[in-house]
Write a protein that binds this ligand. Structure first.
Ligand code: DC
Length: 227
């Protein structure tokens, strides 16, 4: 095996709860790279819109919000499983953005083409600096098609629902597995059938099915690909 410089731009895509954040974070730590979870931006816009009682079907208003919103990503201030602080105004919304209401509505917001354009441009600007692991749905296909390594991390809907269920229970929240599974399937449907930047692997992506692999095995496999 030859040892060469690891790829500087790594795109990591895949469906909801496939383990992208866990892999992305540990990969970025191992390489000393920036970890950037782009789902945070779509969640933040959705959260602000809900807070302001905006009509989520009002594409123009939501687009305007996405073009103006000041979303701040800072180093983690707490060791509660977060990889960064997400701050809007002076409020820490890191976990609020993962609530069930945002989960249920974020696909509507992320299907709007001009919302995607506004957020993708910011993501691309940050990604092109290099030494980055960028996580999302369209990083390898749209945001950073020049990424030297593209991973598409997949897992069955059942396995992903189980992981999300376990995560919620561990955080002390109430959860129903069947309900989560239904929502995972619905979110997959919306994310993969939207007109703009639908969820799909890039032609040159390495597809990894994590159903029968734990987080350590997936990381070891991807570290091999980096060599
Ligand atoms: O990864 P996540 O569950 O936090 O993503 C939240 C939503 O944002 C999800 O419905 C898909 C969407 N998303 C997207 O369309 N493009 C991205 N690059 C990242 C997330």
């Amino acid at each position: 095996m030859t040892n060469k410089t690891p790829p500087s731009i790594i795109a990591l895509d895949g469906p909801a709860a496939s383990g992208k954040s866990t892999l992305g974070r540990s990969l970025a730590d191992a390489l000393g790279y920036l970890f950037f979870d782009t789902g945070i931006m779509y969640r933040a816009i959705t959260w602000i819109a809900i807070q302001h009682d905006m009509n989520l079907r009002d594409e123009s208003a939501i687009t305007e919000l996405a073009q103006k919103a000041q979303i701040d990503i800072r180093p983690p201030s707490k060791t509660d499983g977060r990889s960064c602080d997400v701050v809007i105004g002076d409020r820490d919304v890191t976990w609020d953005m993962r609530n069930a209401e945002v989960d249920a509505n974020v696909s509507i917001v992320s299907a709007y083409p001009r919302v995607r354009k506004a957020l993708s441009e910011q993501q691309r600007r940050i990604g092109l600096r290099g030494r980055v692991v960028m996580v999302g749905r369209d990083i390898g296909t749209v945001v950073l098609p020049e990424a030297e390594l593209k991973i598409y991390l997949d897992a069955s809907a059942e396995e992903r629902a189980k992981r999300r269920f376990d995560e919620l229970i561990a955080r002390g929240e109430k959860a129903s597995y069947d309900e989560i599974l239904r929502k995972v399937i619905e979110r997959d449907r919306i994310d993969s059938t939207r007109a703009v930047a639908p969820l799909r692997p890039a032609a040159d992506a390495v597809i990894i099915d994590s159903d029968k692999m734990d987080a350590g095995q997936v990381l070891a496999h991807v570290m091999q690909l980096c060599k």
